[in-house]
Design a protein around this ligand. Sequence first.
Ligand code: ADP
Length: 495
Amino acid sequence: MTATEVPLPDLEASELRLLIGGERVDAAAGERLEVLNPATGEVLVEVPAAGAADVDAAVAAAREALPVWLSMAPARRAELLWDLGTRLAELSEEFASLEALDNGKTRGEALMVDLPLSSEIFRYYAGWATKIEGSTIPTASGLAQHVYTRREPVGVVGAIIPWNFPLLMCAYKAGPSLAAGNTIVIKPAEQTPLSALRLADVVQEVGFPPGVVNVVTGDGPSAGAPLAAHPGVDKITFTGETGTGQKILEASKANLKRVSLELGGKSPNIVFADADLDAAVEGTYGAVYFNQGQCCIAGARVYVHEDVHDVFVEKLLAKLTAIRLGSGLSADTDMGPLVSSEQAARVTGYIDSALAEGATEIAGGGRARLEDELSGGYFVRPALLTDVTPEMRVMREEIFGPVGMVSRFSDEEAVIAAANDTQFGLAAGLWTADVKRAHRVAAELHAGTVWINTYGFFDVAVPYGGFQMSGYGKELGREALDPYLQTKSVWTDLS
Ligand code: ADP
């Protein structure tokens, strides 16, 4: 590993305790959770491991804060959200180091994506806080009634966060929730709680009323499950695995919570023969390997037209072999470790299963055992597989690691069918110089986002979310407010 060039973030600077009702507290039962450095496998710090009693307290605090938050002028709510976004922007360097340390991603990627988008989300939804409007509706039957609608918050939101974009996913959930007038209990992933706890510091610093934002760290069964099942929670917003999403949906049914699910993907990325090949290689690299491949949108099923297949593979391979693994905190690192030992084992397990099923590994794939310096961390070399067939597990299940699968195609209709042969529908990419084909194919792909001649772009104003088993309930943009609001119709007799 190259020398770390960025100083480690000062963990002492953060409270690293639960935020409940404006107080920083330890878990009621005194339980602790070890937070590991994925680049070394060493324990970084311990944080509270919340249980059902802490979730109860956080939900009660969020409920108590609801009338306070709602009676506040929308312009003041907007100001607090704006200030939160601005403060995050000011603290970008520190947060990027924290994400690199805790998640393993490179600081450069965190500074390029996680931080600017997180702060932009709070500032974008600050704008919406003063624009939540109903409408006046003339009755179809012509009754002498004045009818208008009010857009009201659903109440207390439980946000269950994954480990791949720890801070950013808090922003995805908290921005629209708070703008819509809800209060929130955030449960970060047990692997990556540090940036959410630091966010709690900033929430307090900018002056949110106590209980509007609460943060409880803990694992899925002990802290996530009680939140999903809690009768005092009106809505759950979740990002994570499809199987976990199904459990959350099941747990939420007792009080018929609103549920938004942003789940897994198995996204196709199609390169036609007339594509700008260098751009397609560059974009495909990002599509498959960004964030160590730990992205739900990973476009890892790569279909390349037979006329350009070999040269495409050669160019992508050249990029992969130049990748430098290392700590996310080092400026010399292109790719950091995976988030955990379990994740590294799961990813190499998928590669092994593909090889057993007849795939060919033309790049990487193993745990980085040979380099002594890396062997303590959860490093997996970026892998590229060919000779894959549609029924292989790597082509059907989400891997969530740096593994790409390249297939050859010759026919547009057939490649669309292959791309759509999945239970998921999160995203898709296509590369072509033919504008008619681009839009024809985009319309045919079953996915919530289609990128043409690019991959992985996000913008705070553009809705994002899946079709099919990739979930429902859009995030970002104006549409993301809808799942956090409910419409009330008010009738007045004018006869
Ligand atoms: P992974 O298995 O890769 O950690 P998950 O989708 O299971 O991914 O985790 C995403 C988030 O869901 C984490 O915050 C985790 O603690 C939480 N979680 C896991 N299991 C449950 C559950 N049964 N109920 C509620 N939340 C859960």
